[in-house]
Design a protein around this ligand. Sequence first.
Ligand code: NAP
Length: 254
Amino acid sequence: MATIENGSRELAGKRALVTGGSRGIGAAIVRQLLDEGAKVLTTARSGTSTVPEGASFVPADVRTRAGARALAEAAREALGGVDVLVHNAGGARPYEGSSAIPDEAWQDALDLNFLASVRLDSLLAAGMRERRSGAIVHVSSAAVPAPVAPFLHYTAAKAALENYSRGLALELAPFGIRVNTVTPGRTATPGGQETRQRWASLAGASEQSTATTPLGRDGRPDDIAHAVLFLVSEKASWLTGSNLVVDGGEFPRG
Ligand SMILES: NC(=O)c1ccc[n+]([C@@H]2O[C@H](COP(=O)([O-])OP(=O)(O)OC[C@H]3O[C@@H](n4cnc5c(N)ncnc54)[C@H](OP(=O)(O)O)[C@@H]3O)[C@@H](O)[C@H]2O)c1
């Protein structure tokens, strides 16, 4: 990938932790951070072989407090500290309707899509505060402003994430730490495709592969990663508390 400015690597010397970097959007984020010179540690529950070359990998389940603690510790050991923190791991399977979503699925969706970020931020922001610099990105979903019954556990958790991200940005701004959200629309990833197939089969239809966005195609993982890369770079040094929607113009927003 071409570097952003005149051959200099935008993130040289930066230490980055990306959750869910073994495939899809997370793997694209890892690749772009590496291309810009960052040292990158990523995590997933499995899938070491699919992690982009050049990144370090530690297996962890970010849904649990213990997983978050182990990951923060691994990041301190492997990187010596974290300057760039990207919360990408997320998702949820659909159900027939809100009352079919079991209690454990609500908890699971909250743990993965919301509380994982809260816990890791709190463990890793301390070092950023000491250094008086850092960039955090939370990955939300363009489904938040258009919630549908099969995914209410997921969209409610992502809505909480967006609200929390904005508040955290204001809290950490005096310490030179920027916190932003990237909101992807329908993006072609293994997880996205599997989820849409499940949703279609619940509705008795087959997955539609035709592009539905005003820009005429689904998103690519790199489309989302470009937005993340921008937000963690110096080019975004006056952006905090923002929500960058990358969705081909698809979803309505309030
Ligand atoms: N694709 C879309 O259309 C779309 C649209 C809107 C928003 N998003 C958001 O974008 C982000 C990435 O989505 P994606 O489509 O790229 O997902 P994906 O293809 O399912 O990849 C998810 C990544 O997260 C990891 N992961 C999942 N659960 C984890 C856990 N408990 N602990 C640690 N790692 C975990 C996965 O590895 P393991 O399974 O091995 O753990 C994998 O590396 C998510 O937050 C998603 O909600 C995606």
